[in-house]
Design a protein around this ligand. Structure first.
Ligand SMILES: Cc1ncc(COP(=O)(O)O)c(C=O)c1O
Length: 438
């Protein structure tokens, strides 16, 4: 480690970028596409944001703030894990729209985004050096959120190699978990947490209730914490859309893990949620943990001050979230927009015969461009990623960091641009593919 004025941790942080694709994102934003003013401009599709429905929420939020006086409590301290008023609003929202089963505000903690919730949960449940098992590929930033403060190490559990193996959903089985447990124990460490994301980032896969229940029993028996991240739980794709219906067959609808938790009543089961993706308000920084583990919630209460959400945001969003009729309409319209954009991507991928994992939800298409790589290394993948940026002006999220060994897989964040812009993106990708094959 080079000698600096910082701690070793600080020095490591100063030399470890949060993501390898941020620079390309900023480069693209500085020369962003506009249909008339910059038609050859760049289109970044690498950051997980949904921009399709903000106009609706913006209008609603503006009317909430213009019609109401700010109450007294907003200016002072409140409960560090979220004001009771807000936790009640979140509980009502989750019950009505995500879980179907009743959520108790006493079983909730609220922090500044899912990132904070992940960090807090890892800190409270794990010792430094403990292991969190995550089926690969998965959200790259888990690594940092779990390790930076809590010291919990990520273990990427490989369950498949080709996309065709996850066409019907996540491939994770108990055998995979047993194998991972043996390997972790053999290395002298402890398998402390299993983290599942459903719908998944980046594959869009959904775990069935049967799978979740089986994993929960396995974890409870071994005193391993099972945490399910449903941050994309309302960003669902309509699998009956005629352009994509052929990809699915008979699919079980999404069911929140909260139902399994209600059933099993265990201290080892927890749920993460956030408003960042389903409501497209990542900048508001609101994440939620739901747990029936009373000491966990007490620890959360005592530690969360560094991660709390501004009272003004809590007050404002209490009014938004409890407007059940507006929220139900918003969620349905948002899902229609997501589905239309996703179907546009799939239509192009099918024409080009590019493999993808059929998505049930999330903001992503996970696609296989490995045929365009020169070799099979991470460097070859990053070269291809840069070539797509330079030749097509499109930034995708590259595979390194997702923890999967197959090279040449890329994530397309299709709702971070308008449908019209997405058409331009897919035309450019088509031109790139044809020129490479041609
Ligand atoms: C699976 C997953 N968890 C957590 C996060 C972080 O969310 P937040 O912005 O609420 O911190 C993301 C963001 O992309 C994500 O995809």
């Amino acid at each position: 480690m080079p000698s600096t004025s910082l701690s070793d941790r600080g020095t490591l942080a100063s030399t470890t970028p949060a993501r390898i694709d941020y620079d390309a994102y900023h480069e693209a934003m500085a020369d962003r596409y506009h249909p008339t003013e910059n038609p050859d401009g760049k289109l970044p599709l690498n950051i997980a944001e949904n921009r399709l429905s903000w106009h609706e929420l913006k209008a609603r939020i503006e009317s909430i703030t213009s019609e109401r006086e700010i109450p007294e409590w907003v200016a002072g301290y409140t409960s560090a894990r979220g004001a009771l008023t807000f936790r009640k609003a979140v509980a009502r929202f989750l019950t009505a729209h995500l879980t179907g089963c009743t959520i108790d505000p006493d079983h909730l903690g609220v922090s500044a985004g899912a990132t904070s919730v992940i960090e807090m949960t890892s800190f409270i449940l794990g010792e430094a050096g403990d292991v969190a098992v995550i089926p690969a590929p998965c959200y790259p930033v888990y690594r940092q959120d779990m390790a930076a403060f809590a010291g919990v190490e990520r273990y990427d559990l490989v369950t498949h190699h080709e996309l065709s193996e996850i066409a019907r959903g996540p491939a994770l089985t108990i055998t995979h978990l047993e194998d991972a447990r043996r390997e972790i124990q053999a290395s002298g460490r402890r398998f402390r947490m299993l983290v599942l994301t459903t719908p998944d980032n980046p594959t869009g896969g959904i775990y069935s209730t049967g799978q979740l229940s089986e994993m929960a029993d396995w974890c409870i028996e071994r005193e391993i914490h099972l945490v399910v991240n449903e941050i994309y739980g309302l960003s669902l794709i309509d699998t009956s859309h005629p352009g994509i219906a052929g990809d699915y067959g008979d699919v079980e609808p999404f069911h929140s893990f909260a139902n399994v938790m209600a059933d099993k009543q265990s201290d080892y089961l927890h749920l993460w949620y956030a408003l960042s993706k389903d409501l497209g308000i990542s900048g508001f920084r609101v994440g939620v943990v739901h747990s029936r583990n009373a000491p966990f919630i007490r620890a959360y209460q005592n530690l969360n001050l560094t991660h709390s959400v501004s009272n003004h945001t809590q007050w404002l969003l209490s009014h938004l979230l409890t407007d059940a009729e507006f929220m139900a309409g918003y969620i349905a319209r948002n899902q229609r927009r997501l589905t239309n954009s996703y179907a546009l991507v799939v239509d192009c991928l099918k024409r080009l015969d590019i493999a993808y994992a059929p998505s049930r939800g999330s903001l992503f298409a996970w696609i296989d461009l490995s045929e365009f790589m020169e070799g099979d290394s991470e460097a070859d993948e990053l070269t291809l990623w840069r070539e797509i940026f330079e030749e097509a002006g499109v930034v995708l999220t590259p595979g390194p960091g997702f923890g999967h060994p197959k090279r040449g897989l890329f994530r397309v964040v299709y709702p971070c641009v308008t449908l019209e812009e997405l058409r331009v993106v897919m035309e450019r990708i088509e031109t790139f593919v044809e020129s490479r094959r041609g």
